[in-house]
Design a protein around this ligand. Structure first.
Ligand code: ZN
Length: 255
C-alpha cells in the first residue's frame, strides 16, 4: 500500500466535523449505558468524558484521543468502538473522545489559542488540560492507558510504550494485529527515537522533561503502563481508523 502523497509539510487530508462526531458518540454511549461527565471550560466549551463500569470488572482501561486537531482517526475510532459496543465484561473503561475541541474546526494540531495540549501536562497553561486533569484526579488509577494519535509523516503505524516496571508488554501483540489492516512503520528511528518493528520504548525521566505530554502525566499520576498509538495520516482514513480500532481491541482482549 502506497502513501497518498498529500501530506507535504503537515497533515493535508480530510478533517471531521467534530461536533457531529461527538453527537454520534453521545448517542452511542447513551444507547449502551455509559455514564457521561461534562467538563465545562471557561470558553463555554464542553469537554466530555465517559465511564462504563461493570460490577465484576477487575481491570481498568483509559482511552483518550482528539488532543491534536489534525488527527481525525482517533475520534472516529472511539465512535466506532462505542457503536460496535464490544467491551469485555472484566474491564471498566474511561474514555475521552476529544480533548481539543477548537483545533478540529481548523484542522490543526494546536488549540485555537495556539497551545499544543500534548505539551501542557506539566504546567497546565490551558483550560483544557486543567479541566481534564481535575477530572482525572477524581477517577481511580488505571491498569492501562491508551492515547490515540496520528503522525502525518509516518510510513506506517507505530506506537510508544511506557512500561517502567517491565510488566508484560502488549506492544508486539498490538503491532501484529494492526499489521493485518495497516502498514507498519519500518524506519529505525521516528522523531529521534530508536524504533524497532513499529515499537518505541522511550526511557524517560519525567523530572528531566520540561514539558509533559498526556502520557507522561498519566505515568506519573494514573498508571504504570501507557501506550501512544500513531496511525499514519497519509493513508486513507478507513485504514487509519481500522488500525486504531484493532489496536484498542487488542489491548482489551489481552489484559
Ligand atoms: Zn498527536
Amino acid at each position: 500500500m502506497q502513501r497518498l502523497g498529500k501530506n507535504i509539510d503537515g497533515y493535508r487530508g480530510e478533517g471531521i466535523e467534530i461536533q457531529s462526531v461527538l453527537e454520534e458518540v453521545k448517542v452511542a454511549a447513551a444507547t449502551h449505558g455509559w455514564h457521561r461527565d461534562s467538563l465545562v471550560i471557561s470558553s463555554g466549551a464542553e469537554l466530555v468524558a465517559y465511564r462504563k463500569r461493570n460490577d465484576s470488572a477487575k481491570k481498568r482501561v483509559y482511552l483518550s484521543t482528539g488532543i491534536h486537531g489534525d488527527e481525525p482517526a482517533g475520534p472516529l475510532a472511539i465512535l466506532k468502538l462505542l457503536q460496535e459496543n464490544y467491551w469485555p465484561a472484566h474491564i471498566d473503561v474511561w474514555l475521552c473522545p476529544c480533548l481539543n475541541l477548537t483545533g478540529f474546526p481548523l484542522n490543526k494540531r494546536e488549540t485555537a489559542l495556539g497551545i499544543d495540549l500534548n505539551r501542557d501536562y506539566r504546567h497546565f497553561l490551558s483550560d483544557e488540560t486543567r479541566a481534564h486533569v481535575a477530572w482525572l484526579k477524581d477517577q481511580p488509577n488505571f491498569d492501562i492507558a491508551v492515547c490515540l494519535h496520528e503522525d502525518w509523516e509516518a510510513n506506517g503505524f507505530y506506537l510508544y510504550e511506557l512500561n517502567p516496571d517491565n510488566r508484560p508488554s502488549l506492544a508486539e501483540n498490538i503491532v501484529r494485529a494492526v499489521a493485518q489492516v495497516c502498514p507498519i512503520e519500518g524506519g529505525d528511528t521516528v522523531d529521534g527515537w530508536p524504533t524497532k518493528n513499529g515499537i518505541i520504548r522511550p526511557q524517560v525521566n519525567p523530572e528531566e522533561r520540561p514539558q509533559w505530554p498526556e502520557s507522561i502525566f498519566l505515568l506519573t499520576a494514573k498508571t504504570r503502563q501507557a501506550y501512544t498509538l500513531e496511525s499514519p495520516s497519509d493513508f486513507p482514513i478507513e485504514i487509519r481508523v481500522a488500525a486504531q480500532v484493532t489496536a484498542v481491541r487488542t489491548v482489551l482482549n489481552a489484559i
